[in-house]
Ligand binder design. Structure first.
Ligand SMILES: [Zn+2]
Length: 296
């Protein structure tokens, strides 16, 4: 028999109440941002599956002899060992899981990847765990390496990222009158967070942009189907451009409402120019737009 006090102590220990927090911990992470710090250090913004976004210091990483250096590049996915610090945690070991080399060797892919991580950085608060969003980021970086449908990779990412941070656009009911949408051309209102039927769209024209039926079909399909199915669609360059315009209209509205930086909006526009050029190159102009069928 244990003395009751001993039992109490054991349960306290089991629940970590008396234990100091572990000094060292492991996590995998994608590097979102980095900047030089002090003589030879670097401050990193990391995105992780269990801890969300946070900053950590990589000491001595700019020295030629650093063993961590090659594992902490921008949008690299690595396994890290960190030590808890008073203000900042310190990266003590780093080992690459996926360097996403293709992303670094192809300028268009690099731009899309930069856009993807910036978008996440802008929409995500620190220390907010969101495992599905981490998985989406990793899947997107993989797709940006492997897929030739880069515009679709990014549209899919935008739509699902917005959903995962609480801004899922309403694509099935009119956000003005609440009626189910009919298969016809519509409007999109960023301020109202979704599609406006033709009647409501005409009434609120100042705040809405036109949304064609094919574009709405693709957005709905992307919102409700796995990426592999979306990637089978072959869209005309004009439809790609429309999808991008609508998503940017929504994203810019959300960022401006949240007082996000002008610099990022500039990057968005650069992505837009390169994206349209890539879509035009990749798309046979005579190809018929294959859009999903209407599902009410
Ligand atoms: Zn309506």
């Amino acid at each position: 028999m244990y003395h009751p006090c001993t039992l109490h102590l054991r349960s306290l220990l089991r629940y970590n109440i008396l234990m100091p927090r572990e000094r060292l911990y492991r996590t995998e992470a994608v590097v979102l941002r980095r900047h030089d710090f002090g003589e030879a250090d670097r401050m990193l913004t990391l995105y992780t599956p269990e801890l969300g976004k946070f900053h950590a210091l990589a000491k001595g990483v700019r020295k030629l002899t650093s063993r961590k250096a090659g594992h902490l590049e921008l949008f690299m996915r690595s396994q890290l060992l960190l030590a808890r610090g008073r203000d900042l945690d310190i990266i003590t070991q780093a080992e690459t899981i996926d360097p996403y080399r293709t992303l670094r060797e192809d300028l268009i892919r690099t731009t899309y990847a930069s856009y993807a991580i910036e978008l996440l950085d802008r929409f995500v608060e620190e220390a907010n765990e969101n495992r599905p969003l981490y998985d989406l980021l990793v899947a997107t970086l993989n797709r940006l390496c492997e897929s030739d449908e880069l515009a679709l990779v990014v549209r899919y990412y935008e739509l699902h990222l917005l959903s995962l941070v609480g801004y899922q656009p309403q694509l099935f009911r009119c956000v003005g009158c609440g009626k189910m949408l009919e298969p016809e051309d519509q409007f999109f209102s960023a301020a109202r967070g979704g599609v406006l039927c033709p009647a409501c769209g005409s009434a609120y024209q100042a705040e809405a942009v036109p949304l064609s039926l094919p574009a709405l079909k693709v957005l709905r399909f992307a919102q409700t189907h796995p990426f592999a199915e979306l990637a089978n669609l072959r869209l005309r360059a004009a439809l790609h451009a429309e999808l991008e315009r609508v998503m940017q209209h929504y994203i810019v509205f959300m960022l401006e409402r949240n007082l996000k930086s002008v610099e990022f909006l500039r990057l968005l526009r650069r992505e837009a120019r390169q994206g349209v050029a890539a879509a035009e190159l990749a798309t046979d102009p005579s190809a018929k737009a294959e859009v999903p069928s209407w599902k009410g």
